[in-house]
Design a protein around this ligand. Structure first.
Ligand code: XIL
Length: 299
């Protein structure tokens, strides 16, 4: 195959990309994105601050620009993200307790109803666990509403759009030996045992010198899949873009039948949120990097 998306589709998977609405007018960017990928995640446009800037006033202008571009170009869409401690609008940051809990529920209902039946996977909850060795939840205004906020978010999401796969998404959960990975595993196992509606786990996979790729990532993916959830690599970027590391990540997904696909977090290095890491598959001029070829050959 000659594109990443078509190559991934040979095994029933997708190869996706994070898209920024304000870059779609750049023809080099839009040409690569349209050609190479068959799944799209909005890099920022479906987040809470973008979609509900004032309480009760939803705004889908930027989100729909990404969504409509994706659909017009034949791509499926991952929704990102509904409940998160970060990129909250000011009004939400100032809430607590039962008012914040209700605002979270209202936000999930408002965004999911706008896109009902149109989203392949939703990142319902993002980044709820703490880094380091504690295995604890991250302290946040949402966590302080009660630790059942995550399961409430998933139950709300299931009722709002039964056709979307509902994912929990996090970073630094790729290495099986890390406490954060184990904590997420215990949560997913508990949710499956108690019937909390969760369908998938997203592994962001922002690999860098502080949290490098480890070959036990495949074990992690296999162990989560064995709990009865799908897995996905949702925000892949690799500091330095080692071709062999990119190929290893792709091979880890291909080795797990419940791995739905891989999404890279941007098109060219200059589009990356960590552009100084040169972590992506395309040079700033739009030409393919060695990591691109390694990924295409692995797929
Ligand atoms: C990042 C975007 O790439 C940046 O443009 C923005 O300034 C901050 O957020 N984990 C996530 C993503 O789930 O939403 C983040 O995206 C990167 C880390």
């Amino acid at each position: 195959e000659s594109t990443l998306g078509a190559a991934a589709a040979q095994s029933g998977r997708y190869f996706g990309v994070a898209i920024a609405a304000n870059r779609l007018s750049d023809s080099t960017y839009a040409t690569i994105a349209a050609r190479e990928f068959n799944s799209v995640t909005a890099e920022n446009e479906m987040k809470i601050d973008a979609t509900q800037p004032q309480r009760g006033q939803f705004n889908f202008t930027a989100a729909d620009r990404v969504y409509n571009w994706a659909v017009q170009n034949g791509k499926e869409v991952r929704g990102h993200t509904l409940a998160w401690h970060s990129q909250q609008p000011g009004w939400m940051q100032s809430l607590s307790g039962s008012a914040l809990r209700q605002a979270m529920i209202d936000h999930i209902n408002g965004v999911m109803s706008h896109y009902k039946g149109k989203i392949a996977q939703w990142d319902v909850v993002n980044e709820a666990f703490a880094d380091g060795s504690s295995g604890a939840r991250r302290d946040s205004n949402l966590e302080r509403t009660g630790s059942d906020w995550i399961e409430v978010a998933f139950r709300t999401a299931r009722a709002a759009d039964p056709s979307a796969k509902l994912c929990y998404n996090d970073y630094n959960v790729e290495n099986w030996t890390w406490a954060k990975t184990q904590a997420m595993y215990r949560m997913v196992r508990d949710f499956k045992q108690r019937g909390v509606p969760i369908d998938c786990v997203g592994f962001q996979s922002h690999f860098n010198s502080g949290s490098p790729y480890n070959s036990n990532f495949r074990t992690t993916l296999q162990n989560f899949a064995a709990l009865g959830v799908d897995v996905a690599i949702t925000e892949l970027d690799i500091q330095g873009a080692s071709p062999s590391t990119y190929a290893a990540v792709v091979n880890d997904c291909l080795a797990v039948s419940r791995c739905l696909g891989v999404t890279v977090w941007g098109v060219r290095d200059s589009d990356s949120w960590r552009s100084e890491h040169t972590p992506l598959l395309f040079y700033n001029n739009g030409s393919k990097k060695p990591a691109y070829t390694a990924v295409l050959d692995a797929l």
